[in-house]
Each structure stands twice: as C-alpha cells, then as structure tokens.
Design a protein around this ligand. Structure first.
Ligand code: DOR
Length: 445
C-alpha cells in the first residue's frame, strides 16, 4: 500500500513537463510525489480541479513589501497575503526598506520578521552600494538571499549607485545574477527641471525619458561584459532597450511588468494621474507594442510585478512630490491570464514568464515546474472566469490598484504552497506557512 498523500488535486488539466495534460497531482511532505491518475488515492486533503487548470506556482521576482521602516504602506504579512490571493506562491523582496538591506544582520531581520507571518515563500535581495561592495561576494550567498539589487537611478529610498567605478566594483564582487534598475542618475538630475515646482503627472515619462533608460542599460551591459557578470535588467520599458538587449542575451536576462504591458500614456495619466506614476515610467503605445513583441520574441525572460505600494494620501500629493510606484503582486496573474484570453500570450509562454523563467534565471532549487521531487507549489486557475478587479479585493495596506474596475477573463482560484492550501476562492486559509526560497547555487553544506 503506497503512503497516503497530504494533498491530491484531481480532475484538472495540469501543466507538466509534457505540456498541458489531464493529470492529477499528489503532494507528500511538501513535495510533488505523483503525477497521473490519483482519483482513488488515499489523501488527507483533496481539491476537485474539474474545469480548472493547474499551473506551477507563480513566482514574483520583484516586490517591495516595505518592512521594516514603512509598514504604514505594507508589511510582510499583508504583502504576502496579497500574493497568495493573487495566485503567487513565492516572492523576491527588494532592499529599499528602512534600514536598507545591506548586511547579513539586515537580511536576518527580514527573515525573522517573515517567519510565521509570510503567507508565501520568500527571498530577499541584498542592496548593492559603495558601503558594502567589498563584502557582496559573501552576502549574496547567504541563505534566504536571492542576489544583489542595484539602483542606478534614484527612486523610492536611498539606495543608489551613480558612478561606473562603484558599479564595476559591485559587478566584480560576486558571481550570482545581479538585478539592476537601469535609469541614468546624471540625466535624471539634468532633466529634473522639467517637472520641478509642479507639472502634470503626464510629464513623468518626459523627465525620465527613453534615453535615461537606454543610457543606463548600455552602461550596465558594458560594465557587466567587462566583469563577465550575469545581470537581470528590471522593468524594461522601451523599444530601444529591447532591441539593444536582444544583442546581449548571453549575459542579460530581461524583466517587464504587467503595468507596462497593460497601461499606456497619455491615457493612463489622464485617467489615473499620479496613481500611474512609477519608475521607470509607463510610456506610450509604441513602446507597449515593442514590449509585447519582445515577449513574443523571447527577449523577455520574466514578468515581475514591481509591487510598490504607497498610500492614497501619499499618491495624492501634487506631482512630482507624489511617490512613484503602484501595487501589483495581487493583479499580476489575473492581468496575464486576461492578456492570454485576448490572444497576446500562450499558456506555455505565461508559465515560462512566471515560473520556469524565474527558476532558470535565479537558479531556484525545487520550484518552477510541476515535476516529481519539486516543491508542491501550485497555482490553480479558472481560465474562463469573468471577474472584475476591485480595490475591495486588494489585501495591500495601500488599499488600491490602478486596475480597479477592470474586467478580466481568467482568475486564480487556489494557491498551494508546498502542499499547504493557503488560498481558495478569494479567501486565505490556515496560517502563514511561507519559508525562505532555496537556491541551487548556494545550497548549504
Ligand atoms: O516606481 C517605483 N517604485 N520604482 C522603483 O524602482 C521603486 C518603487 C518603490 O519602492 O516605490
């Protein structure tokens, strides 16, 4: 008699290494233990997935959860609750908190705060700066760390590497893929007068223009090549950067965001004002089309939400005093499922961008596919569901989404983390069970 499963998911269409097939999934001790016909198998818990599609757990590799230091905007409990409600099973969190994440102690503090409060699995970026450049080789390998993140242009928080010498030193001091926000600080400073003293939010993409992004991305790739260091260029927003990055796929992986694939200037600024303000900015439809082409052509490796919550009171300050960023971890998957329903994505491409891609570029151990021995992380979706995204559904402390009122086709109906069902039918279940993500290139012992 084989051992009973902790959870079986039966009757669904499951995205396996063989593609989308009719197959049940059995999870035991947190790992996928069987894929096949399990309708009569003994199990402590069952999910009837008839009519549903079972995907590998969605991994969001760019979120800002604000803890410690700005918990009035978000914290690790509310941020990860939003993740679970949105069908996301693991998140990588950014280092521009207060204090910045720059030391082993800063990382330990985040891991300690996440224990017992995080609804999903998690890892934290180490900020790269002049202050810790010579220690990054050790810091980037600490358990619970997903790698180093560098800001080349100022955004929210104080993390900034403006000059090539420091960036080169950071690139030399480590081997793991390094994540970079590429906007050129010198050009940002030189153009700030365009919006200083007040301007409509629609000027945001003029201030932080295409050249601001392209100059930084070019500088980064020149230095990364000299250092022979792999980089991950975050939230790429321009046609020109995509064309440039297509020539550097041996070294650079590329992220774009659901916001940049869904919204476009000038309409988004007319409708949302500073609620559409983020860095790098939402640009016009020409760039949005180029991002979709880059998704289709395989230049894009990953879609991350860049979940960057700010309160409504903060967003209501007159531009440019209003902070940049918008929540997104909870809407990432509904938006992508809707784009798929509209024919802009296929299911294999969606899975590649949200599970297999994150696994591949960051060398995540045991996640990113539904395969024997992998973590029992599942995102179960109803591809036919017609649903309306509403502020009232958003778990983020910020309490809003730029997609409020939007109808979508496709919705996450269950989130399973290592066999724990943490969300079903828009409700959180059980207790926060998130654990640190493990990385194959830094497994202990
Ligand atoms: O718009 C943004 N907001 N871009 C960033 O790079 C940072 C983020 C935040 O933390 O608010």
């Amino acid at each position: 008699m084989p051992d009973a499963f902790d959870l079986v998911v039966t009757g669904g269409r499951t995205f396996t290494p063989m593609g989308l097939i009719e197959a049940d999934v059995g999870i035991r001790d947190g790992r996928i233990a069987a894929i096949g016909a399990l309708a009569t198998a003994d199990a402590a818990e069952r999910i009837d997935a008839r009519g549903l599609t079972v995907l590998p757990g969605v991994i969001d590799t760019q979120v800002h959860f604000r803890e410690p230091g700005a918990e009035h905007k978000e914290d690790l409990a509310t941020g990860t609750a939003g993740a679970a409600l949105g069908g996301v099973t693991a998140i990588f969190e950014m280092p521009n908190t207060k204090p910045l994440t720059l030391t082993g102690d800063d990382l330990d503090e985040k891991l300690r705060r996440a224990a017992g409060r995080a609804w999903v699995d998690h890892a934290f970026f180490m900020g790269g700066s002049a202050a810790n450049a010579d220690r990054l080789r050790a810091l980037e390998r600490l358990p619970g760390c997903c790698g180093v993140k560098v800001f080349m242009g100022s955004s929210t928080g104080d993390l900034l590497v403006e000059d090539d010498a420091t960036l080169a030193e950071i690139l030399r001091n480590g081997v793991r893929r390094m994540a970079v926000h590429a906007e050129d600080e010198a050009r940002l400073k030189a153009r700030r007068h365009l919006v200083d003293g007040g301007a409509p939010p629609a000027r945001h993409p003029d201030w932080r223009d295409e050249q601001t992004a392209l100059i930084a991305t070019r500088r980064l790739l020149a230095l990364a090549r000299a250092a022979r260091r792999k980089v991950h260029v975050l939230h790429i927003t321009t046609a020109e950067e995509m064309a440039f990055l297509a020539g550097h796929k041996d070294l650079a992986t590329v992220e774009t965001t659901p916001q940049h694939l869904t919204l476009a200037a000038p309409e988004c600024y007319e409708r949302l004002g500073s609620y559409a303000q983020m860095n790098p900015p939402i640009r016009d439809a020409r760039h949005r089309e180029a991002l979709w082409r880059a998704v289709a052509d395989g230049i894009v490796d990953v879609i991350g939400s860049d979940h960057a919550p700010h309160t409504k009171a903060e967003k209501d300050r007159p531009y440019p005093e209003s902070p940049s960023g918008m929540p997104g971890v909870q809407t990432l998957l509904p938006l992508l499922l809707d784009h798929m329903a509209q024919g802009r994505l296929t299911l294999p491409r969606l899975v590649d961008l949200t599970s297999a891609g994150p696994q591949r570029i960051y060398d995540i151990a045991g996640k990113g596919r539904i395969a024997l021995g992998y973590d029992g992380d599942l995102t179960i979706v109803d591809l036919a569901a017609r649903r309306r995204i509403e502020n009232s559904w958003i778990a983020s402390k910020s309490g809003w989404t730029p997609f409020d009122g939007m109808w979508v086709t496709g919705w996450p109906v269950a989130t399973v983390i290592r066999g724990h069902v943490v969300m079903r039918d828009d409700a959180l279940l059980g207790a926060p069970a998130g654990r640190p993500v493990r990385f194959a290139d830094c497994l202990p012992g």
